[in-house]
Design a protein. Sequence first.
Length: 268
Amino acid sequence: MTSINDKKPLVEMRGISKRYGGVQALQGVDLDIFAGEVHALVGDNAAGKSTLVKTLAGAVLKDEGTITFDGRSMEIRAPRDAKALGIETVYQDLALADNLDVPANVFLGREVTKRRPFGWILDKRRMEEESRRVLSKLKISIPRIRQQVRFMSGGQRQSIALARCVCFNARVAILDEPTAALGVEETRKAYALIRDMREHGLAVLLISHNLNHVFENCDRITVLKTGRLVGSRRVEDTSQEEILRMIVGGVADSAARPRPDSVRMAAE
């Protein structure tokens, strides 16, 4: 099996900086993302995590830095640019339309149509067939996919948002706190789905505050603090204690142990 060390990154972000007025949200951040890995992005509030992923997703324009995708230098100026590369984002609010069913949400904004003598109409059969195929591929069980998603559980809704990534042949899935509103069992199922996405070759970039989940489900961890890169670690080569020191102390090789109250805050 080829290790990450033997591969080239699918995404290379170099020297990414972003300022909002007098606030330096990001300063010279580097990040590599490989196909077939789950890469966690961690740090306290205002660390710059969301700004960094929004830069990759095209929702925020960087001030400085470069982005290379599959060996080619790219300018990502809008979400459509990211989607054209196969970069899909699932935000905390999931961006689902509660009054629509599963196929309509999976194809939201990219509906499939067919021509009739009187004009173009939605090809609902094709969207339903493709939705069922993707749900089956990812082992997602939703008995009534024609039901409005407002009546579905949080775990089912999260699964629909993740299935949308796979349906459009995403190569990178950006997940912002994907289990924040889920219960224990729904969280377990969501991470099983994320691991399955990895097995299908996706690069998954995951923002999370829960280090237990990160260590159980991720391959690498990158720590940010106040807009700066602290460091990156392979999960197998680090520990929660080291990652907590990086989050709290902001120094990768810091030997100082954080205070217990700081550790609890960072682990929440």
